[in-house]
Design a protein around this ligand. Sequence first.
Ligand code: HEC
Length: 165
Amino acid sequence: MTFLLGIAMSCILVACGGGEQTTEKQETAKTEEVKVEETKKEQTTPSDNTATATVADLPGKGIYTTYCSVCHQADGKGVPNMNPPLVNKEWVGGDKTRLIKVVLNGLNEPITVNGEKYQGVMASHDFLTDKQIANVLTFIRKSFGNDYEAITEEEVAEVRKNNKK
Ligand code: HEC
C-alpha cells in the first residue's frame, strides 16, 4: 500500500514538475519572440537617417580629434582652470552665431562655463571649411551628453560672410 502510494505521489510530483517546466519553457519562448521583434524593429530603421546615426558616425568626429581634443579632451570635459568643458548649455547649446564665431575667430576673454571661470586663449580656426566647421560643431552639440540641433554648412557660410572681428 505504502509502495503504491509512493508511486502515486511521485507521479503527481513528476506531473506537477513537468507542468511547471512547460510553462517556463513557454515563457522563455515568449520573451525570445519579443526580443526577435525588437531586433527586427532596429534593423528596419533606415541607417542613412541622420537623426538615428550614432555619434561615432558623425563626420565631425575626425575634425574634433585633430583640431580640438588636444585642449578640450576626447571626452569634451576640458582641463580644469585651463580649457573649458564642451559639455555646457551656455556656449555649445547656446546661440549658433556666437558658437560659430568661437571657431572662426577664436576666443580670448574671461568667460564662465558651468560656474567655473576661464581666461585662456583659443586660436582662430578659420582655415577650416564651412562644412568642416558645421560638422565639428554638430559633433560637439550631439556628443558628451549634449543634445542640441545640428549646425549646417549654410549657417557657417552666413556667419563667415558677416563676420566682424
Ligand atoms: C589650444 C587649445 C584649444 C584648442 C585647440 C581649441 N580650443 Fe576651444 N577653447 C580653448 C580655450 C582656452 C577656451 C576659452 C577661451 C577664453 O576663455 O576666452 C576655449 C573655448 C571654446 C568654446 C567656448 C567655451 C566652451 O567651453 O564651450 C568652444 C565652444 C570651443 N572652445 C570649441 C572648440 C572647438 C570646436 C575646437 C576645435 C575646432 C576648439 N575649441 C579648439 C582652447 C582650445
